[in-house]
Unconditional design. Structure first.
Length: 305
């Protein structure tokens, strides 16, 4: 089912262009993530300007796209249930982040890893559709955007980037006129020529002390899925053994302290942990799946987290 075409993007809504481009790139291989990218773009666009005729027309067509996708994927739990959708988008964002982070730490600097860092930051933006970002995801977003800017500028200036977290300030993409975005446009015939990485969104904090261990959130053997028209071949990281956490022995002997009365919030949290575990298994991330299942089990047995 072809989604309705969008009219030209009004200048007032320039800030959502990269989220729409990401949605377009992910339409075939990750339609759920593409759907939420468009939902984020629409919600953000409505806050920016929903009154002028050109913005109202654009957002109306974008809403038509969302309705068409919702009808097409109406039997997908990740579309119909926000808990599942949030877990799906978060795991995909962290998958891309971890691929770029592993490449960075290995000293493998190329356009695909830069794009993966930046796309991960855009997808963490999308997580705000489901509520306020966790402190950890907010930090990942800042770090990913800053790393993309730093590595891009180093390569552009013929310098060798330093791998891993370092102390650099003031990186900007003011001159990066769409170099890493691929050739696809947000809407036919009106490819934006603005900077791929918005300079005013690049944090200038010093990241010398940041600690983001490889393999912390997603399997290190999963490469980012970037557009095939970038002309760059991704270096796939070969699968390696995963560190599976030990099952908490206290769960074997856990006893309910009297009659445990679980609240609706407790059930919702337990369901969330199970959904996160299921989503992690889609990416063969056994460690995260085990951790979340243990959290759900402990909550259901003891009524405490």
């Amino acid at each position: 089912m072809a989604a309705p075409a969008l009219p030209p993007l009004p200048p007032q809504l320039k800030s959502i262009q990269h989220h729409l481009r990401t949605a377009q790139e992910l339409d075939k291989r990750e339609p759920v993530v593409a759907y939420y990218c468009r939902l984020y773009a629409m919600q953000t666009g409505m806050k920016i300007d929903s009154k002028t005729p050109e913005c109202r027309k654009f957002l109306s067509k974008l809403m038509d796209q969302l309705e068409a996708m919702k009808k097409q994927f109406g039997d997908n739990e990740a579309i119909t249930q926000e808990i599942v959708g949030s877990a799906h988008v978060e795991n995909y964002a962290l998958k891309m982040f971890l691929y770029a982070d592993n490449e960075d730490r290995a000293g493998q600097f190329h356009k695909n890893m830069i794009k993966s860092f930046y796309t991960a930051s855009l997808l963490i933006d999308v997580l705000t559709v489901f509520g306020e970002l966790s402190e950890e995801n907010a930090q990942h977003r800042k770090y990913a955007r800053w790393k993309a800017a730093y590595i891009h500028n180093c390569l552009k200036n013929g310098e060798t980037p330093q791998p891993g977290p370092i102390g650099m300030e003031g990186e900007s993409f003011a001159d990066a006129e769409g170099e890493e975005a691929g050739s696809s446009s947000v809407h036919s015939g009106t490819a934006p020529s603005s900077s791929t990485y918005e300079a005013n969104n690049i944090p200038t904090s010093n990241y010398t002390g940041i600690h983001i261990p490889p393999g912390a959130h997603a399997p290190a053997n999963t490469p980012a899925e970037v557009p095939h028209n970038t002309g760059v071949t991704s270096n796939t990281i070969q699968p390696g053994p995963q560190n599976i956490p030990l099952v908490d022995p206290s769960l074997y002997s856990a006893q309910s302290a009297g009659e445990v009365r679980l609240t609706p919030e407790d059930f919702a949290r337990a369901q969330k942990y199970c959904k996160y575990a299921g989503s992690a298994l889609q990416y063969e991330d056994v460690s995260t799946a085990v951790q979340n299942l243990q959290k759900a089990l402990k909550l259901l047995i003891t009524g405490r987290e």
